[in-house]
Write a protein that binds this ligand. Structure first.
Ligand code: ADP
Ligand code: MG
Length: 274
């Protein structure tokens, strides 16, 4: 199986135009527009409640904005279901871990793949031919590449719910990768991790983005500003559902509106890990 991320570097892979969404009359996003180029790590930052997770939900189809368009890979996807978007190569992790805690690591990863494929886990049991080949190929792909990349060989047969939190976050990343995505939406992948785990996770995100085998474009929501500034090609800042800044990391760090939005959290912007 080969990577299919063939979108030319200067063409936007993801185009988000004028998104408006409100809940019970309370605006969560107001007129947000941005583009993510193929190959980028594009970070989405902002204070708590500024609309970052809502934006991720709009991109993967969990939420339908009241206004605005989203295009992916040159196609309008605003009307598509999360499942259809996953099939196009949009994968994600969640702010709160969403794994099957009673199942093994390997089964969680396999399910992550099956959920999104036409030939679901049930039909895989019933049919041969294309589905069987797909199953063998996908198993090989999952076991040999993802487990290897994320260094989870030693826990592949462990029950997920029994693992330390940091390992569960890693398994969630593995599950999201099992889709062989073109774009990966990462919602606070570092939250709750200790320093060593943060460094590991940051390295994995870079590997997924940079390694020739993967080259996955990433949209990263994260509060750890050291890591955001280190990893990101570009950063967009939301405040109360509006875009207040966008640029390369050092432009964002010095941006007066950004500093104002983070008033009280301002130290966060200047914490550098390395
Ligand atoms: N399903 C929902 N129903 C009602 N309000 C919501 C829902 N999802 C998000 N919100 C509201 O939208 C705003 C942005 O939330 P969110 O995107 O989760 O913030 P964050 O930037 O911390 O991820 C918050 O005020 C939140 O309460
Ligand atoms: Mg959030």
């Amino acid at each position: 199986m080969t990577r299919n991320n063939e979108t030319p570097a200067d063409t936007p892979l993801l185009k988000v135009e004028d998104i408006h969404i409100s809940f019970g009359g309370v605006a969560a996003l107001t007129g947000v527009t941005f583009e993510v180029k193929g190959g980028e790590i594009f970070s989405l930052i902002g204070p708590n409640g500024s609309g970052k997770t809502v934006m991720m939900n709009c991109i993967n189809g969990l939420y339908r904005p009241q206004k605005g368009n989203i295009s992916f890979d040159g196609k309008l996807i605003s009307g598509l279901s999360p499942h259809q978007r996953a099939e196009m190569g949009i994968s994600r992790t969640f702010q709160k871990i969403e794994l099957f805690s009673g199942m093994t690591v390997l089964d969680n990863i396999r399910l992550g793949r099956h959920i999104h494929l036409k030939s679901g886990i049930l039909s895989s049991c019933l049919y041969v031919g294309k589905t069987a080949r797909e199953e063998i190929e996908s198993r090989k792909f999952i076991e040999e590449e993802i487990i290897d990349l994320l260094e989870i060989e030693h826990i592949r047969n462990h029950v997920t719910g029994m693992l330390p939190y940091g390992m569960q976050k890693r398994v969630e990343l593995a599950r999201a990768l099992a889709l062989n995505p073109k774009i990966l939406l990462l919602d606070e992948p570092l939250a709750g991790l200790n320093l060593e785990e943060v460094e590991d996770m940051a390295r994995f995100i870079l590997d997924i983005n940079e390694e020739k085998r993967w080259r996955v474009t990433c949209v990263l929501v994260e509060h750890d500003m050291g890591v955001v500034m280190d990893l990101s090609d570009r950063v967009m800042v939301l405040n109360f559902g509006e875009k207040i800044a966008e640029g390369i990391p050092h432009e964002i760090q010095d941006h007066p509106d950004v500093i104002k939005a983070y008033l009280g959290e301002v130290e966060e912007l200047y914490v550098t890990r390395r």
